[in-house]
Design a protein around this ligand. Structure first.
Ligand SMILES: *[C@@H]1O[C@H](CO)[C@@H](O)[C@H](O)[C@H]1NC(C)=O
Ligand SMILES: *[C@@H]1O[C@H](CO)[C@@H](O)[C@H](O)[C@H]1NC(C)=O
Ligand SMILES: *[C@@H]1O[C@H](CO)[C@@H](O)[C@H](O)[C@H]1NC(C)=O
Ligand SMILES: *[C@@H]1O[C@H](CO)[C@@H](O)[C@H](O)[C@H]1NC(C)=O
Ligand SMILES: *[C@@H]1O[C@H](CO)[C@@H](O)[C@H](O)[C@H]1NC(C)=O
Ligand SMILES: *[C@@H]1O[C@H](CO)[C@@H](O)[C@H](O)[C@H]1NC(C)=O
Ligand SMILES: *[C@@H]1O[C@H](CO)[C@@H](O)[C@H](O)[C@H]1NC(C)=O
Length: 345
């Protein structure tokens, strides 16, 4: 009796497995079939002239030979790369069901005429490393499902009409090195969770409507090389933790409402070559850590011209090879005096 029961149980188990997780047994050819079908469905949803163009370029049996598509050895799609008006794609992503692209690594639809929301099913692309949807007219919010993109290294949503907040789930993009969200309608505060992204190299959130202060733990981003928060609505002081950004070469905070004084810690960022703090409400002195006044005097002849443009060039004493481009709002620093007063520094 027992000798009969065991194989029966095993068979039952196998049936349950087959029934519950067919994807375990999905062959690459069935993935490829679904991919072809999904691409054709998407094509059919696009504007008429886009369809006409795509129909002339997406011909032949295997989608791996279609324009903009790269496959792996098994014939499933890894790259969907159609940037820069290659086909001037016009339409939405609604019909491009990402569920059917389990092996996609690169999705680049930059600089087309795509619009509508970024679908939440984008979270299905668990192998995606490169997501570029910039320079379109996408709208709606950033879906919190982007947090499922654990392999993501670059995300660019710049130059769209995306609004709402950055979801705090962004903190789980543990592989991300490049975040470009500039020129959208994002608002709210910059989530503290951004400071968890230890691999971050460039963060550009310029030309949005972020408010609140710069996250106090920003100094944790020890790989950060570019921080651009230009033209937002940020208030509060420049956090002193900023001195922890040992890899930072460009710090651009212009056109906000930052106040307080420039922290002495700015001077500890040894790789800094661009510092632009102009058009804020900063007060106080230029920190002595930034350079000595002899260097300033050396460029005094150009200084008065530059003064009119609110731009000041200083030599950075601790790395002689590069010049520090130093933009400040002189009118705030110097009060109403019509000529720069060195002692005011
Ligand atoms: C293909 O799509 C069908 C539904 O349209 C789905 O049941 C099947 O699991 C998909 N196959 C793969 C390999 O994704
Ligand atoms: C696309 O073509 C169909 C039929 O040819 C037409 O009904 C529709 O208005 C066209 N759509 C656009 C956006 O031109
Ligand atoms: C968009 O593509 C066009 C045509 O290829 C190109 O001229 C333009 O510079 C691109 N724009 C951006 C922002 O990349
Ligand atoms: C991420 O940052 C938040 C807020 O700074 C913190 O509470 C949380 O513990 C961090 N998570 C991880 C996984 O480090
Ligand atoms: C910072 O952002 C502004 C606005 O998007 C842009 O014009 C500027 O070139 C950026 N600066 C750097 C150093 O990236
Ligand atoms: C920016 O956000 C504030 C509210 O935080 C709002 O009053 C203002 O109109 C917004 N500005 C733009 C240009 O969207
Ligand atoms: C900045 O925020 C204030 C207060 O929320 C708002 O009134 C103002 O319109 C915002 N400025 C911009 C440029 O969005």
């Amino acid at each position: 009796m027992a000798s009969f029961m065991i194989p029966f149980k095993a068979l039952f188990f196998l049936i349950v497995v087959l029934h519950q997780s067919p994807s375990v047994f999905a062959s690459s050819s069935s993935i490829a079939e679904n991919e072809t079908e999904t691409l054709l469905k998407w094509k059919a949803s696009l504007a008429n002239n886009t369809q006409t163009l795509l129909s002339s370029l997406w011909v032949g049996g295997s989608h791996c030979n279609w324009v903009g598509i790269t496959c792996d050895m098994a014939g499933t799609i890894t790259n969907l790369n159609l940037p820069d008006y290659m086909l001037n794609l016009k339409g939405t992503l609604h019909s491009l069901n990402f569920f059917f692209f389990p092996n996609l690594v690169l999705l680049n639809l930059r600089n087309n005429s795509l619009y509508g929301p970024i679908p939440s099913h984008i979270g299905k692309l668990s192998k995606l490393t490169h997501l570029d949807l910039s320079y379109n007219t996408f709208s709606g919010n950033i879906p919190s499902e982007i947090s499922l993109l654990k392999s993501l290294e670059l995300i660019s949503l710049s130059n769209n009409e995306i609004n709402g907040f950055i979801p705090q789930e962004i903190g789980s993009l543990s592989s991300v090195s490049y975040i470009y969200f500039y020129d959208n309608h994002l608002r709210g505060s910059i989530p503290e969770e951004v400071c968890n992204l230890s691999k971050l190299i460039q963060l550009d959130l310029s030309l949005n409507n972020f408010s609140g202060s710069i996250p106090s733990k920003i100094g944790r981003l020890s790989s950060l090389s570019l921080l651009n928060l230009t033209a937002n609505n940020l208030t509060g002081p420049i956090p002193t933790s900023i001195g922890g950004l040992h890899s930072l070469s460009r710090l651009v905070l212009r056109d906000n409402r930052l106040h307080g004084s420039i922290p002495e810690e700015v001077g500890t960022m040894k790789l800094l070559n661009t510092l632009d703090l102009s058009n804020n409400q900063l007060t106080g002195a230029i920190p002595t850590s930034l350079g000595n006044l002899n260097d300033l005097e050396a460029s005094k002849s150009t200084f008065s011209e530059r003064y009119l443009a609110n731009i000041l060039y200083l030599n950075f004493p601790f790395h002689k090879s590069s010049k520090l481009l130093f933009h400040l709002n002189m009118r705030v620093l110097f009060g109403t005096s019509s000529s720069p007063n060195r002692r005011g520094l």
